[in-house]
Ligand binder design. Structure first.
Ligand SMILES: *Cc1c(COP(=O)(O)O)cnc(C)c1O
Length: 407
């Protein structure tokens, strides 16, 4: 639908697994992106909740270039001081005692799943290997994580799903209790389902899951790949419920745009993960560790998360006003912190296209939701620009709902 010929029309040599917008960017600064044709876009997608501190943040650029000029990669055959420092800082800021670094969210989940299984095996119960997961979940695209997510569209055609996941309806505690058997190792859950449509798990449900795990000897495994590192206004979303997990996968925001993830665990939960049980060639490489430390410098600074909470509140209030102004287009505003969702009455892809025509970038999600995932550093100017763009898109959609966003 984009009129500007920003890329050649020649067939791409890329495997066509993505439905890409015909749009490419030359540079970014803060929450703003400049396309190849010079047009400016307000980035409320952040590369799917990744560019948590905006584009080209000077502190991250400095950390990465300093590291790049010194040392890129040595492998985990050797000590990596930057990684030891980042792990110690994550441990100091969370429930965890130990950290394993990965290159992506799915790999962080793989480590989390293996850690949960190995915990029971090392306790003499190798038959306890199954994890209870929730409908609408998204845990990544590896063979194990598509099985954990349980979504047919991601499983179809890839052979028998990896065994070991029992899915129950979202947030259904009775179904969780009923699903627990002698083979159950733990419960795997996102505090807010991101891809699933910005569906927050009520805090009391998360507390109840913690209690069920404590009563039955299960491990609580959280997927905070999208919700973590300040996205919901706390360092991690589970803090809102006042509970801690045994194991947690993170990624996206911790790298601020550099590909990295991590699996955090208590020393008890990680008791089976001894030398030789797991590894990654690239995981925890000095470049990633330098950026991860730089991200924490900012996110852990005094007042930063408080600022995110205030920004999120103002944005959500303004979105609620828009919903009142355009009840025929905006059905619902939902989410926590700066992980927000608009549920339009039109198809979410149509709303997303209308927003893109107004130079606002968003991310579609399940349940017909349009996700708003701005960088955590946005201020009044970005909120005002986003609200204007959504307002104009709603007017456009209301005028010609069936014509969609065709400009
Ligand atoms: C993005 C995401 C993943 C997968 O992360 P990748 O880096 O794409 O492998 C897993 N879980 C959640 C909740 C996510 O949002």
């Amino acid at each position: 639908m984009t009129a500007e010929p920003v890329t050649s029309n020649a067939p791409s040599a890329l495997l066509p697994t993505y439905a890409r917008a015909d749009l490419a960017f030359a540079r970014g600064e803060g929450a703003w992106l400049t396309a190849l044709d010079g047009q400016r876009y307000l980035d409320f997608g952040s590369g799917v909740a990744v560019v948590s501190l905006g584009h080209a943040h000077p502190h991250l650029v400095a950390a990465l270039t300093e590291q790049a000029s010194r040392l890129w990669h040595v492998s985990n055959l050797y000590r990596i001081p930057e990684g030891e420092r980042l792990a110690a800082r994550l441990v100091a800021a969370t429930f965890a005692d130990l950290v394993f670094f990965t290159n992506s969210g799915a790999e962080a989940l793989e480590c989390a799943i293996k850690t949960a299984r190995k915990y029971h095996a090392s306790g003499g119960q190798p038959e306890r290997y199954r994890l209870i997961t929730f409908e609408g979940a998204f845990h990544g695209r590896t063979l194990a994580t598509i099985a954990a997510g349980g979504q047919k569209k991601y499983l179809d055609g890839f052979g028998p799903p990896v065994d070991g996941f029992d899915q129950v309806p979202f947030g259904d505690l009775d179904a969780v209790r009923a699903a627990i058997g002698p083979a159950t190792a733990g419960i795997l859950v996102e505090p807010v389902q991101g891809e699933g449509g910005v569906r927050p798990l009520p805090p009391q449900t998360l507390r109840a899951l913690r209690q069920i795990c404590d009563e039955t000897g299960l491990l609580l495994v959280l997927d905070e790949v999208q919700t973590g590192v300040g996205r919901t206004g706390k360092l991690f979303a589970h803090e809102w419920a006042g509970i801690t997990p045994d194991i947690m996968a993170i990624a996206k925001g911790i790298g601020g745009g550099f590909p990295m993830g991590a699996c955090l665990a208590t020393s008890e939960a990680a008791r089976g993960m001894t030398a030789g049980t797991h590894g990654s060639t690239f995981g925890g490489n000095p470049l990633a560790m330098a950026v991860g430390n730089a991200v924490l410098d900012i996110v852990l600074a005094d007042g930063f998360l408080e600022q995110v909470r205030e920004t999120a509140l103002r944005l959500k209030q303004r979105l609620a006003e828009l919903k009142d102004r355009h009840p025929a287009i905006i059905d619902e505003v939902r989410g926590e912190g700066l992980l927000l969702g608009l549920r339009p009455t039109v198809p979410n892809t149509e709303m997303q296209a209308a927003l893109r025509a107004e130079k606002l970038l968003t991310v579609a999600a399940g349940d017909n939701v349009v996700r708003l995932l701005p960088p955590l550093i946005i201020g009044e100017a970005e909120i005002a620009a986003a609200i204007d763009a959504i307002d104009r898109a709603c007017v456009r959609l209301a005028a010609a709902p069936q014509a969609g966003a065709a400009a």
